[in-house]
Design a binder for this molecule. Structure first.
Ligand code: GDP
Ligand code: ZN
Length: 379
């Protein structure tokens, strides 16, 4: 049987192993930790591997974390928690009841040398309690990071950073009026959420102002495509319970243009929440926020809301143009029938997507949205 640390290097490239070995040979505690994993059985060993955090893009593939199998196999004494904030080398970890100030084990730090920080807000981690005395800050050491899903990323110069991990849902908020719904903006957010593997829910707020029924009609079109939708009014309370049920026990991010009522909705859901949360707004609406690190805010009913002060968190500039089509869900049945396998559905002959637009099977607004995103995006 090979040791977990050898497995951890895998076939995934030298860099990872080089940074891991020197550390392993010098740290006594790492050896102990390795043995504990070995003692815990083959099943966990097989699950123990190094893995790229993100599924998409060459840039993100470079970053690694250590992941461990399910359950508490690593060490029954370790506690499970969620990173809710990162401050320098410390991470605040919420175990569901209280917050622990944790450092990160060196073995994790050296492996992720290319990343800004080996743990990110939203990471599910296992940590060892270091001090839990009354009157002293609760302290721990993060020993392992679980595999990530749903990530919000940001491009800083030529690198992509994960700013929040394990986001389950993006609540894409629009408003019936003031401002009027902008379907193209909704489409942008849907693509961004899709690229990050975050499930979107489209929320049409200020439904009390939907006098001509246009907003409901727009929402109904998205529902027809298969998206989850909800109509709300922070003013009258309509749909708020439904929204609450959608948010409960999930890690949620709110996205939407300024003025659509994101803060008002949060405040109705949980008074005081709005004071803390700076939500994601369209990248054209700059300058509203000053800080750049994200954090998680706990919902009393269970779950979290992501506080992402960075206005560019849903930036699509790093998305390859051929990635976009996959997030226009009504295109998917048609794409295999395009004449050219690399069809961009713009000018090509024999394009099945354009054919579907002409027949009215794909709405022209959605197709136009696609073209705009295709033309804007990286090649
Ligand atoms: P945010 O920028 O998305 O956070 O939007 P705000 O929560 O600050 O709301 C912008 C404005 O819209 C405020 O004046 C709110 O009072 C108003 N507003 C928010 N939700 C509703 C709603 O459901 N109905 C109506 N009529 N007004 C709303
Ligand atoms: Zn095509």
């Amino acid at each position: 049987m090979s040791s977990p640390s050898e497995n951890a290097g895998g076939n995934r490239g030298k860099k990872v192993r080089v940074s891991f070995r020197p550390n392993r040979s010098t740290k006594r505690r790492d050896t102990d930790w390795t043995r504990k994993v070995r003692d815990s059985g083959d099943q966990e060993l097989d699950a123990d591997r190094s893995e790229s955090v993100a599924a998409k893009g060459d840039l993100s593939r470079r970053r690694t974390i250590i992941e461990f199998g399910q359950g508490n196999a690593l060490d029954p004494g370790l506690c499970l928690g969620t990173v809710i904030a990162v401050r320098g080398l410390f991470a605040d970890v919420d175990d569901g009841e209280q917050i622990w100030s944790c450092t990160v084990r060196r073995v994790l730090r050296t492996r992720t040398i290319k990343d800004r920080h080996p743990v990110t807000v939203g990471d599910h981690v296992r940590f060892r309690v270091e001090s839990n005395e009354k009157g002293i800050e609760r302290q721990g050491v993060i020993e392992a990071v679980e595999p990530r899903h749903g990530e919000l990323k940001r491009r800083v110069r030529n690198r992509i950073h994960t700013i929040v991990a394990n986001v389950d849902q993006a609540i894409v908020v629009s408003s019936a009026s003031q401002p009027h719904p902008k379907p193209h903006l909704i489409d942008r957010y849907l693509v961004a959420a899709g690229v990050g593997e975050i499930a979107p829910v489209i929320c049409m707020n200020k439904i009390d102002l939907d006098e001509d029924g246009m907003a409901r009609e727009i929402l109904a079109q998205y529902a027809l495509l298969g998206y989850n939708t909800v109509c709300t009014s922070a003013a009258t309370g309509e749909g708020v319970n439904e929204l609450r049920d959608i948010l409960r026990d999930k890690e949620n991010v709110f996205a939407g243009q300024s003025g659509v009522g994101k803060s008002s909705l949060l405040n109705v859901i949980q008074p005081g929440l709005t004071l803390k949360v700076g939500t994601i707004v369209d990248h054209t609406d700059k300058g509203r926020h000053t800080t750049t690190t994200a954090s998680l805010i706990r919902l009393e009913m269970g779950g979290y809301v992501v506080d992402t002060p960075g206005v560019k968190s849903f930036d699509l500039s790093a998305v390859g143009r051929h990635e976009i089509e996959a997030h226009f869900i009504e295109f998917l049945d048609h794409i295999p029938h395009c004449k050219f396998p690399d069809c961009g559905h713009t000018h090509e002959t024999g394009c099945a997507v354009k054919g579907a637009v002409e027949r009215g099977d794909i709405r022209i607004e959605r197709y136009d949205s696609y073209i705009r995103l295709f033309e804007e995006s990286a090649s």
